[in-house]
Write a protein that binds this ligand. Structure first.
Ligand code: GAF
Length: 402
């Protein structure tokens, strides 16, 4: 959602929106952030490793229980009347599921299926996470709403459970077949660290990440090319790697040891004409996933030894693999990455699902302006809409504001 409100997005703004809309005070205000992913892309739906961190752009939900069996919704980014949905009608594909309301209703629905039922609800939403920018605006809405619903029901959920219910909302209610990374990043991130999330067993660990202290900056470059996970390409990538795992007799590609990769690629390459689709495509998709998992492990090792600058080449290698083997980059993302690197970035890569959205660049803080100007100039030279470039630092995940 792009911020179109006059008041700054935050707890005060969403409380004012709630009061204006419902003529009463909320019982609580809850928030959850957007994210970038340092490295580990398109690995989360195949049991792989990811390393995201929450950013300082959040979705805020003000909430109160009401006596009627309905959910009322209003959003700062959608000025106009309050929307109303009967609790009994909440269902995948049901009323409100196919628009912005679906993220909130889906969270209410997923919580109810887990036995968390505070009754009728009035909700107000205000989000500072731009939608379509590849920064997980939908996960932020879902996690903030799950936290709100659970809190009003008097249930204290662990962050991993907030993430699980938010993912149910996205997968089963909204109907987007994404992996679990974004919801976990939004719910469970901690300030000052990246989140190592092993999607094979659901375990998480917080790895300290303080680029400022090392004289470094992470720039998030929003190409302003809106990306959608619902356009079929994402589902096709997911189907390819699931098919590859099946052919190799693995539960998922994470179980393929790196030394066995070459032999596996030969097997997959020979699949032409069979029902797995083009063998070369399956081999390339597999090579990306297996090498990306290895890059995440190498990144974690460098971060744990305090060498943040050393991860630059791994970030760039990730981009090359996503561009050439996984085929999810775009001209704008490539221009952003190439311009950043040419201007001295230590590493740069696309983040998220791809086909638009954002890239990130790791830069020496002293060179941040130079890199920013170079990316802006490159976009201008190509006739692209100017990107939005912001420095990002690891922020807190889902939290109760008041
Ligand atoms: C999107 C999805 F929502 C994530 O689950 C993940 O697959 C990502 O694309 C690619 O790494 O953000």
């Amino acid at each position: 959602m792009s911020a179109a409100t006059t008041q700054e997005v935050g707890p005060a703004g969403v409380t004012a929106l709630f009061r204006r809309s419902y003529d009463r005070a909320p019982e609580g205000v809850f928030s959850s952030p957007g994210r970038v992913n340092l490295i580990g892309e398109h690995t989360d739906y195949t049991g792989g490793l990811v390393l995201p961190f929450a950013i300082d752009a959040r979705a805020y939900v003000a909430a109160a229980r009401i006596d009627e069996p309905v959910v009322r919704l209003v959003a700062g980014q959608r000025p106009g009347s309050v929307r109303e949905f009967a609790l009994a009608d909440l269902a995948p594909g049901g009323p409100g599921a196919g628009e912005w309301t679906g993220y909130l209703l889906g969270a209410v629905w997923a919580a109810a299926r887990a036995g968390i039922r505070p009754g009728g609800l009035a909700l107000a939403l205000d989000s500072g996470v731009p939608s379509g920018a590849g920064l997980s605006s939908s996960a932020a809405l879902e996690c903030a709403t799950v936290l709100a619903v659970a809190s009003l029901a008097g249930v204290q959920l662990p962050v991993t459970e907030i993430a699980r219910l938010a993912l149910r909302a996205e997968n089963d209610f909204v109907g987007v077949p994404c992996g679990p990374m974004d919801q976990m990043a939004s719910a469970a991130s901690q300030e000052g660290s990246v989140l190592r999330f092993d999607t094979s067993d659901g375990s998480i660990a917080h790895i300290p990440f303080d680029p400022d202290a090392r004289g470094l900056t992470v720039l998030a470059i929003d190409t302003r090319v809106s990306h959608s996970l619902g356009d079929g390409e994402y589902a096709r990538r997911r189907a390819s790697v699931e098919r590859a795992a099946e052919i190799l007799g693995l539960r998922w590609l994470r179980d393929l040891p790196s030394p066995d990769l070459d032999a596996a690629l030969v097997v997959l390459g020979g699949q032409d004409g069979h029902d797995g689709g083009d063998g070369d495509v399956l081999a390339r998709r597999t090579r990306h996933v297996v090498t990306e998992n290895a890059r995440v492990e190498a990144t974690v090792e460098l971060l744990e030894s305090g060498d943040i600058a050393g991860i630059g080449p791994l970030l760039t290698a990730s981009h090359v693999s996503l561009r050439d083997d996984f085929a999810v980059s775009s001209v704008e993302l490539d221009v952003a990455v190439d311009a950043a690197l040419a201007a001295g970035a230590l590493g740069a890569r696309m983040v998220g699902g791809g086909f638009g959205g954002s890239a990130l660049a790791l830069v020496e803080a002293d060179h941040a302006d130079r890199v920013r100007d170079a990316v802006l100039a490159a976009f201008g030279a190509h006739g692209f809409t100017a990107p939005v470039i912001r420095a990002v630092l690891p922020a807190q995940g889902a939290r109760v504001e008041s």
